[in-house]
Design a protein around this ligand. Structure first.
Ligand code: HEM
Length: 476
């Protein structure tokens, strides 16, 4: 009650927002599913800054590019912390991931090691592996297109993380991503578990009647530890170029390795998995979703590919500059169907003042990405429409899809490259179309509706037809 009482200094006020109830604040207004819909509606009603509160947890939605620049950019030194979540940090013990680490020296150190591997000067070294896994994906799609969702996960699990030669569809890594990473991203939805708002619930023992959430989270915490251990245990299967094996070798030959070198290998290897697989997986599936609804875009991209790519070969990174439309397609997928609708919240480190608004220390700062990426002020009156051509007319790059300021995604460039090459190759080889019902009407997934609830916006499995185009390049 004390924390929900405002301590706003005289002459200042909190930013506007939906009316709050005593004690519980907006708890009942924050939906547990598809939060971005409500956040978007609030942005339209209350403007560029929207303040909400639930049981003392304060949140500020940032809805305009100006505030993104000012708060995450210019005032980045105080807008870059993370929320300490009872569910993620204490019950799931996820504070080893760079994503959940508080802003400060430890975060800087681990993020620094990870970022070395994704520096733009190194991106070319991943091209051969990215091509290899793209070809694997094409082969799998060709053999069993009905397993699209499974193939996306399998190939990205292998490609992004460790470059492991996966042995079978039941490889522990694939299982790990299906059973664990996915559930963790679900658990990260603020409000999914009440323990995030009522911290005393963490003391409820697992055996207590009605404490199903504790048993669920305890089980998930055990699986979560595998993400740190499995990549290193599997090192015999790792190819030379992978990040885990590079780190292992580096410290093996270092006469004076850092005291925490073991942690570095485990944490960096593990976080790539947690942060890279579900995001890439969701974003690639969103591409298939968008193509299903927009056959005309496929045709334009395919016409460009046919003009540029030698018959019988596949698009490569060398062709990128000559494929502006394909580049516009992946940018539009990132903009129109970003997986990170409400980003990953930052936390404000000290009281702050914006104009005559007071923002209390500890407020969760949410870059309202979906609203920003579909803002009419930024992208024009047709911002809600999927139209890659907008990038030839000077539309802003959709970099908000990768977050903000000092916490911006370190895998951005690598992620964009992977998406580009996969999209280019898929569109060159296949055409994606809907299946029909018994009356011959196309069955299409519903825009804005047929998505899973979670911090990652990913389509619920849909069926589609993926057919090989005549005269398309070699799949093997
Ligand atoms: C299309 C693919 C991807 C998207 C859309 C994406 C999106 C994001 C977003 C929205 C954030 C939150 C940034 C913020 O707090 O403001 C983030 C953080 C992060 N991402 Fe990505 N990501 C992608 C791929 C990857 C990949 C491949 C990696 C592997 C290295 C990765 C590693 C990370 C890490 C470690 C963080 C935490 C950064 C920090 O807290 O300092 N991401 N990503």
């Amino acid at each position: 009650f004390r924390s929900s009482k405002s301590r706003v200094p005289h002459g200042l006020r909190l930013p506007p927002g939906p009316p709050r109830w005593p004690l519980i604040g907006n708890l009942l207004d924050i939906p547990r599913e598809k939060q971005w819909k409500t956040f978007d509606a609030w942005a339209k009603t209350y403007g560029d800054l929207v303040y909400i509160e639930a049981l003392g947890t304060r949140m500020l939605l940032i809805n305009s590019p100006e505030y993104v620049r000012e708060l995450f950019g210019e005032r980045g030194s105080i807008y870059s912390n993370r929320h300490h979540s009872v569910v993620l940090n204490e019950l799931l013990h996820m504070d080893w991931t760079i994503i959940m680490m508080p802003y400060g020296d430890v975060w800087r150190r681990y993020r620094g090691v990870l970022s070395q591997f994704f520096h733009h000067s190194l991106l070319e070294t991943y091209y051969p592996a990215q091509m290899k896994y793209t070809k694997m994906f094409l082969r799998k799609l060709h053999e069993s297109p009905e397993n699209l969702f499974k193939h996306v996960r399998y190939v990205l699990g292998a490609a992004i993380t460790y470059g492991i030669k996966l042995l079978s569809d039941n490889d522990p890594l694939i299982e790990l991503s299906e059973t664990t990473v996915h559930k963790i991203t679900q658990a990260a939805i603020p409000g999914k578990y009440l323990a995030d708002f009522l911290p005393f619930l963490k003391y409820v023992p697992a055996w207590f009647p009605g404490a199903g959430f504790r048993r669920e989270l305890d089980q998930l915490a055990k699986q979560g530890m595998d993400m740190i251990i499995i990549p290193v245990e599997l090192k015999n299967g790792i190819e030379v170029s992978s990040i885990v094996s590079t780190l292992l070798k580096r410290y093996e030959h270092d006469p004076d390795p850092p005291a925490d070198h073991d942690k570095i290998v485990h944490y960096v290897g593990g976080v790539i998995y947690v942060a890279g697989v579900d995001t890439m997986d969701g974003q690639l599936l969103n591409f298939f979703f968008a193509m299903l609804l927009h056959p005309e875009v496929q045709r334009t991209a395919q016409a460009e590919l046919d003009r540029v790519i030698e018959p019988g070969s596949l698009p490569t990174f060398k062709d990128k500059e000559q494929l502006p439309y394909v580049q516009a397609v992946y940018k539009e997928v990132l903009r129109w169907l970003t997986i990170a609708n409400v980003g990953v919240p930052h936390v404000l480190d000290q009281d702050d003042i914006i104009g005559d608004y007071f923002i209390p220390k500890g407020t969760m700062i949410i870059g309202n990405s979906r609203t920003l990426l579909r803002s009419k002020e930024v992208y024009g009156p047709d911002a809600a429409v999927f139209r890659p051509e907008r990038f030839f007319e000077g539309a802003r790059d959709p970099d908000w899809a990768f977050g903000y300021g000092r916490r911006v995604c370190p895998g951005k460039l690598f992620g964009e490259d992977t998406l580009f090459i996969m999209i280019a190759c898929v569109l060159y080889i296949f055409t994606i179309s809907p299946i029909e019902d018994e009356n011959g009407n196309p069955i299409l997934p519903r825009e804005d509706e047929d998505f899973e609830s979670g911090v990652i916006m990913r389509p619920i499995p849909f069926q589609c037809r993926i057919l090989r185009l005549p005269n398309s390049g070699a799949v093997d």
